[in-house]
Design a protein around this ligand. Structure first.
Ligand SMILES: [Zn+2]
Length: 329
């Protein structure tokens, strides 16, 4: 497929019933490496809504990258009304370094949105993604997973807004079709901070991660993307309309900030003593950190009751690494 490098990125000028790959060029590093990202676009047979899908905001989360590439490859434009815009790897510097944050500026791309076109590399990527891609969306979904060092109970989430955006986010989260939905308070710096500049309702998804890419998780994401296209009328077909049993919306406090609970206080070896999605009570032992001789350094206990939504799977830990996240459900 031809790669179109014309600027600005303008999917509305594409012919109907086509697929195209665009390359958003941001800058060139001193060693000649080009900073940018690839944009996959499917323009349907008729005008309609635009769904924006992205993955690879964090460089060690692979399920969403594979799902968006495969979905683009398999989608027949003649079945589509409207436009699908997919960016499989937003953060190429982090992806090619196989790590969560960018090796070029040490920044977490999900903390710098809406970005700065004159800022560091991550801030420039956020700015280009916001003003070249997100501005086209009627609905946006950002695909994440637990990354290399953790595992997650898959869920679809959103930050709680008011009015029309909130209603669309809630309905779209249900339509996506996972068995856990988690609406939590707004936290700045995520991709939603870019999308909300353009009033685009925004979802995110978390998948199991652990540094692998399970076929089951890729397939669940592809079904979810298809369901969203049905929900906004881009494809014909049914989608879930009733909330799953595990549905939580809370608009205050630190909920949704996964990395603040159950912090390690030592360098050591962490062994969990609970499993993912297990129900735990406040004070219950979650795991133990040992030193190099096998002596106990820290016994980690539940800070509140609920279910284990995120759990560290990499045994090697450093001070301030979070070890588990409990969702009070
Ligand atoms: Zn992520």
């Amino acid at each position: 497929m031809a790669i179109n490098e014309n600027h600005p990125f303008s999917p509305e000028n594409m012919p109907y019933d086509t697929k195209m790959v665009f390359r958003e060029k941001i800058s060139t590093l001193i060693d000649g490496r080009e900073i940018g990202f690839s944009i996959l676009v499917v323009r349907g047979q008729k005008d309609g809504k635009t769904l924006v899908v992205c993955a690879g905001i964090h460089g060690d989360e692979y399920e969403g990258i594979v799902a968006t590439q495969e979905f683009f490859r398999e989608l027949d434009p003649s079945r589509v009304r409207g436009t699908l815009i997919a960016v499989p790897i937003v953060n190429e510097p982090a992806f090619f370094a196989h790590q969560r944050e960018s090796p070029l500026d040490g920044k977490n791309l999900a903390r710098v949105f809406p970005g700065d076109s004159d800022g560091t590399v991550s801030e420039q990527i956020a700015s280009h993604f916001t003003h070249s891609v997100l501005k086209h969306g009627d609905l946006f979904i950002d695909l994440h997973s637990a990354g290399t060092h953790y595992t997650i109970k898959p869920w679809v989430g959103y930050t709680i807004k008011s009015g029309r955006i909130q209603q669309i986010q809630r309905e779209a989260a249900i339509a996506f079709g996972l068995d856990l939905i988690w609406g939590s308070p707004f936290l700045p710096g995520r991709s939603s901070s870019g999308a909300y500049l353009y009033e685009v309702p925004t979802l995110y998804v978390e998948m199991q991660g652990s540094g692998v890419c399970r076929r089951e998780d890729v397939n669940r994401l592809k079904v979810g993307i298809q369901n969203l296209m049905c929900y906004i009328g881009m494809l014909k077909g049914d989608f879930p309309k009733t909330p799953p049993a595990d549905f939580r919306e809370i608009d205050h406090g630190e909920e949704g900030h996964l990395q603040v609970q159950h912090l390690s206080t030592h360098h050591g070896l962490f062994l969990p003593e609970v499993s993912l999605w297990q129900q735990v009570e406040s004070g219950q032992r979650l795991g133990t950190i040992y030193d190099a001789a096998g002596t106990i350094l820290q016994i980690v206990c539940a800070e509140h009751s609920g279910r284990i939504a995120v759990l560290r799977t990499c045994p090697s830990v450093a001070p301030d690494d979070f070890l588990a996240t409990i969702i009070p459900i």
